[in-house]
Design a protein around this ligand. Structure first.
Ligand code: PLP
Length: 333
């Protein structure tokens, strides 16, 4: 059941020419901070604006004969599944909580998928997915706990290690762990000495809490600048929890203030527009929580953000997310 390196190579064949070969570019600013090459894998340049297309293409290809596909999503997985389903002429129903930003909902509808907004958490959306599987015969594609999805995301690890075999540390944004599991599987099988570190926000870090507890646990889902990192790992988790537990060298948590600052750094220093979820690797380094050794790479996972929120952060305004107030601060002050 657990994917192996051969599954990642097979996924690379499936996604070839559609979702592969994003650039891996050095960040001069972050390289100066760390004293060695600091590389950005630009998954924000994917056709759907996020890496999730890799896993979605691989999993939808594996669900060829289905009546259609369904999933729950914090936004980007739904967009990937919608894109992959449309390419194969399959019906897609995407179930989301009302925490998902409107820009992401519209992006999914524009790809021709049906969207259902249910409740305040991923868990509520998941209940609707289960109903669609039972009653309409749709095939579920988990955002992170599916061997084909994990193998698809793992192709990022193949590409990084092919481009820069000297990489010593990989910083991976971590939520349900499909990305981290796949990337760690691929990259560490190729280079066992590599350190792979998962990074989450400190409010609602489901994988971090689950690894600490020794089994999947539920966490309260709260609004975050890193909205793509929200959601649980699933109490019935089959793969991504155990793979992250076994393969990750460490998991580090960053605050909303650290994410806010790192978003400004990525924009003002590297001129990259990216979601809060993408910058947690930068945030871990900039906050001093992590001092990576040797050439380091992180994954700029997606660009599907709310532009009004982005403008607030870039102009140094205060951001209010539920009961959390992130004090405004102009970059460079
Ligand atoms: C889904 C997602 C992540 C986290 O991936 P997991 O496989 O759930 O750990 C990170 N960044 C972005 C932009 C995402 O869409």
């Amino acid at each position: 059941m657990r994917p192996v390196l051969a599954d990642v190579y097979a996924a690379a064949q499936v996604i070839s020419g559609v979702a592969d070969r994003t650039p891996l570019v050095p960040s001069p600013y972050m390289s100066a901070v760390t004293g060695d090459d600091f590389l950005l894998k630009l998954e924000n340049m994917q056709p759907i604006g996020a890496f999730k297309l890799r896993g979605a293409l691989n999993a939808v290809a594996g669900a060829q004969d289905a009546a259609g596909v369904t999933c729950c999503s914090t936004g980007n997985h739904g967009r990937g599944v919608a894109y992959a389903a449309r390419a194969r002429g399959l019906r897609a129903v995407i179930c989301m909580s009302d925490l998902v930003p409107q820009a992401k909902v519209e992006g999914i509808r524009a790809l021709g998928a049906e969207v259902r907004i249910i409740g305040r958490s991923q868990d509520a959306a998941q209940t609707e997915v289960e109903r669609l599987v039972a009653e309409d015969g749709l095939t579920e594609i988990s955002p992170f706990d599916d061997p084909l999805v994990i193998a698809g995301q793992g192709t990022i690890g193949l590409e990084i290690m092919a481009a820069r075999p000297d990489t010593q540390t990989l910083l991976v944004p971590l939520s349900g762990g499909g990305l981290a599991a796949g990337v760690a599987l691929a990259a560490k099988t190729i280079k066992p000495s590599l350190r792979v570190i998962g990074i989450s926000m400190d409010r609602g870090a489901a994988m971090y809490e689950s690894i600490r507890a020794g089994h999947p646990v539920e966490v309260e889902e709260v609004p975050s600048l890193a909205d793509s990192l929200g959601g649980g790992v699933g109490m019935q988790n089959r793969l991504s929890y155990a793979m992250c537990r076994d393969l990750l060298d460490d998991v580090i948590l960053v605050t909303e203030e650290e994410i806010y600052h790192a978003m400004q750094v990525l924009y003002y220093e590297d001129r990259i527009v990216a979601e809060g979820a993408c910058v947690v690797g930068l945030a871990a380094v900039l906050s001093g929580k992590l001092a990576p050794q040797g050439p380091t790479a992180t994954i700029i996972t997606g660009r599907n953000l709310d532009m009004a929120l982005f403008t607030k952060v870039m102009t140094g305004q205060t951001v209010i997310l539920g009961d959390k107030v992130i004090e405004g601060r102009k970059y460079g002050t």
